[in-house]
Design a protein around this ligand. Structure first.
Ligand code: PRX
Length: 647
């Protein structure tokens, strides 16, 4: 992606954004930022103490035995207490905590008091099912308030939740249940998506059939499309019916696990990213407050599903920890028509809107007239997340959605980082379309070469973090060696993000995207290895290699090169079967956009697939660059002639 750095669009932030208690002036921000880098312990110690509610104050801010960090050592707190109970006193008891709109148009509002009661009832129900502190609980639900309630109920009793996005297959769910050893699964009789009822329950049934460790499935009635329960199942509403609406919050250690969230890496199966209590909550809380410049009366809408980290940190934890009203929407943006989001913003008077570039590019394609039908004057701030935003999409977002008056925060972060690491701050920084901005407080970010040496401004390199930060992942569940190897071995003494980037002369970061074997398809992370493993489960496939191809809408499209076993024929039927296979193994989001049958895959003499060549072929260009290590040059000709089957 090429970015113009010549004409940065400067913001003249309105007074509204400048008059902030936290950063009354740029120089105050700068001195705080300097302190956060120079004396991170002092800075985070003070901020942690002031921003979170503790049962016991921490004794030490950071214990760093690279690559293992412990933050706020000795502190005791509870995330659900921070997200709910602390707002009950002081005027927020009857404030809306969650404003929900279902795809069919049903609206539900839960005040902080009601959220408290629901969370406590469900927490008591979980206890009744034998769930104890430290046990893992799987959540596989649509975007309904109960997803947040289930997460908070786990946090309340110290159970570790693992939310699985409803678009993942039963195979994926099974892998995750087994990897984290969950004994209970929370699901629904379905959810509404694209005007239809999506079946989550069948996937759960198939998964738990091969997961003997699961002792109970709790089923939320959302659609009424399920008649009979299995012996292992219980209805949510029946379990909570007689539970008390209070439940004392468990006193959790700062470093007790809060959740495990699976995400794709460059090798093997998805990794269980483990986040703990205090550091994670502080990261989510503080970035929500400062990056989105929260005001007491805001309605905050983050469009991410709770199955992704953005839904965890911003829809649920960051928003509620700040006592904000968070909007949850169940469905897709073009149901019943392409103006659903604008309808929601107008109807509920949304102030802060946070979405992904892929969605923005779809809106552009659908046409401005859908936006123009609605009054979006309530919007004050816009956010972007998940992939690099191209400057054209940025400008459209700014003009057409934001009416030219709303600052845009382009927030760079990852499942592993827990919260934003690079962003501009409204009222403090000028924005440059296409650049995520500057490192957040305490974040020692750098662009380095293969040896770990910082490169000059404007030079492309690897994006790394040189010091621990509070909301960083603590490990990969059950595999600390893999954690150390994946994140802390590529560049000495640094956390390697997997992204490429450059930093300009003003210190702004320009992210080019993943430089490892991870794809970013519509803002969703996919490992090429995962898709390849799914393809080779099909009996016709001998070998598969998957690469990304630039795509105007999705950022990247999935292209699979496949060689067949003797006796099997390529063709559209096999293409359909292979796409179906990937959907079954991983989920519909991973279906290859194109499958190309090849005689052979290009390999080095040591047998390594040359992905660079495949990327060039997939992008439709001629194979350029060095091919001297290629074992058989004829392979290139066969690849270029391979039958492209666009789906
Ligand atoms: O490549 C970066 C891209 O998304 C990756 C992280 O994916 P995931 O863990 O699924 O989390 C997505 C939501 C935080 C990063 O390695 N990415 C995320 N935000 C941006 C981005 N790329 C460019 N600009 C961003 N704002």
């Amino acid at each position: 992606m090429s970015h113009s750095m010549k004409h940065p669009e400067k913001y003249k932030p309105s007074v509204h954004f400048v008059k902030k208690a936290v950063f009354p002036s740029l120089s105050q921000y700068q001195s705080m930022h300097r302190e956060s880098l120079r004396s991170p312990d002092k800075f985070w110690g003070r901020i942690g103490k002031g921003e979170l509610a503790w049962f016991t104050q921490p004794k030490k801010t950071l214990d760093w035995k690279s690559p293992f960090a412990k933050w706020f050592v000795g502190g005791k707190l509870n995330v659900s207490f921070n997200c709910i109970d602390r707002h009950l006193e002081g005027g927020k008891r009857h404030k809306a905590a969650i404003l929900f709109e279902g795809e069919p148009g049903d609206v539900r509002v839960l005040t902080y008091q009601q959220l408290h009661d629901e969370v406590c009832r469900f927490a008591n129900a979980l206890k009744g099912e034998g769930v104890k502190k430290g046990d893992r609980v799987m959540i596989y639900l649509p975007m309904v308030p109960e997803a947040a309630i289930a997460m908070l109920a786990c946090a309340r009793i110290g159970a570790v939740h693992s939310v699985v996005f409803g678009g993942f297959s039963s195979e994926s769910l099974k892998d995750r249940i087994q990897d984290c050893g969950a004994k209970l699964v929370i699901t629904a009789d379905g959810g509404y998506r694209r005007g239809q009822v999506g079946g989550l329950k069948q996937n759960v049934d198939a998964a738990v059939a091969v997961c003997p460790g699961v002792r109970r499935v709790i089923v939320l009635k959302r659609t009424g499309h399920l008649e009979k329960l299995n012996p292992i199942d219980r209805w949510w509403h029946e379990l909570v019916a007689h539970q008390p609406s209070t439940c004392p919050p468990e006193k959790m250690d700062s470093e007790d696990p809060l959740f495990i969230l699976y995400t794709s890496g460059s090798t093997g199966k998805p990794k269980g990213i483990l986040h703990t209590t205090a550091g994670y909550l502080l990261g989510a809380h503080l970035t929500t407050k400062w990056v989105f410049d929260l005001k007491e009366t805001d309605l905050f809408w983050c469009t991410a599903d709770v199955g992704w980290v953005t839904g965890h940190s911003y829809t649920v934890y960051g928003a509620l920890s700040n006592g904000t009203t968070t909007l949850m929407y169940e469905g897709v943006p073009n149901q019943p028509e392409p103006d659903r989001f604008w309808q929601i913003i107008e109807k509920h008077r949304v102030n802060i809107f946070y979405t992904a570039p892929t969605a923005i590019r779809s809106f552009i394609r659908w046409g401005d007239h859908w936006v123009k039908k609605h009054d979006l004057s309530s919007l004050r701030l816009l956010g972007s997340v998940g992939e690099p935003i191209n400057p054209e999409a940025w400008r459209w977002y700014h003009q057409v959605i934001g009416g030219g008056r709303c600052p845009i925060v382009d927030t760079w972060w990852q499942t592993e980082t827990g919260s934003h690491l690079i962003t501009t701050l409204p009222g403090v920084h000028a924005t440059k379309p296409g650049s995520a901005g500057l490192p957040f407080f305490g974040v020692d970010m750098a662009v380095v070469d293969d040896q770990g040496k910082e490169v000059k401004a404007g030079v492309q390199g690897k994006l790394v973090v040189r010091k621990p930060w509070p909301s960083m992942l603590r490990t990969i569940h059950g595999d600390s060696e893999r954690y150390a190897k994946t994140y802390w071995s590529d560049v000495p003494n640094c956390y390697f993000t997997g992204d490429g980037a450059k930093k300009d002369a003003d210190g702004y970061f320009w992210i080019s995207g993943r430089i490892d074997d991870v794809l970013n398809v519509s803002g969703h992370r996919l490992g090429t290895a995962e898709v390849e493993s799914a393809l080779v489960t099909h009996p016709a496939v001998a070998e598969a290699a998957v690469v990304g191809r630039p795509d105007d809408l999705k950022g990247q499209a999935v292209v699979a090169f496949v060689t067949l076993k003797a006796g099997h024929k390529s063709g559209s039927e096999l293409v359909a079967a292979l796409r179906e296979r990937v959907s079954k193994e991983i989920g519909p989001i991973a279906k290859p956009d194109q499958i190309r049958f090849a005689e052979a895959l290009p390999k080095t003499r040591s047998g390594k697939i040359m992905r660079r060549l495949l990327k060039e072929v997939a992008a439709g260009g001629a194979v350029k660059g060095d091919v001297t290590t290629l074992e058989d040059l004829n392979v290139i000709a066969s690849l270029q002639a391979s039958s492209g089957e666009e789906s």
